[in-house]
Design a protein around this ligand. Structure first.
Ligand SMILES: [Zn+2]
Length: 94
């Protein structure tokens, strides 16, 4: 049985469409029985979708400029693993 900390590796590959059948089955089995991981996956997928919509839509030049400045200022965005562990941490706190 996979632990929550193992899930993030698979989740990353899964969202890239790079997961093989055995790992996908293991991921699915864990998600079916783990509310925390399921909630994270839903949140993460929503984020990916939103950022895609944003880049496809035509932004006003001024907003685009500010967005690019903002993004380039963030030298090192948190990795999926970091976000996941933070997420679990918050969920488990009383
Ligand atoms: Zn889990």
């Amino acid at each position: 049985m996979l632990r929550c900390q193992d899930i993030v590796e698979l989740l990353d590959a899964y969202l890239d469409g790079a997961l093989d059948a055995a790992d996908a089955a293991a991921l699915g089995a864990h998600l079916a029985g783990c509310e925390d991981c399921m909630a994270f996956m839903k949140t993460y997928r929503g984020t990916v979708r939103k950022s895609r919509e944003l880049s496809e839509r035509q932004l006003p030049p001024e907003l685009r400029e500010r967005l690019l400045t903002f993004l380039s200022g963030r030298t090192r965005p948190p990795s999926l693993r970091e976000r996941f562990l933070t997420f679990l941490d918050h969920r488990k706190r009383p």
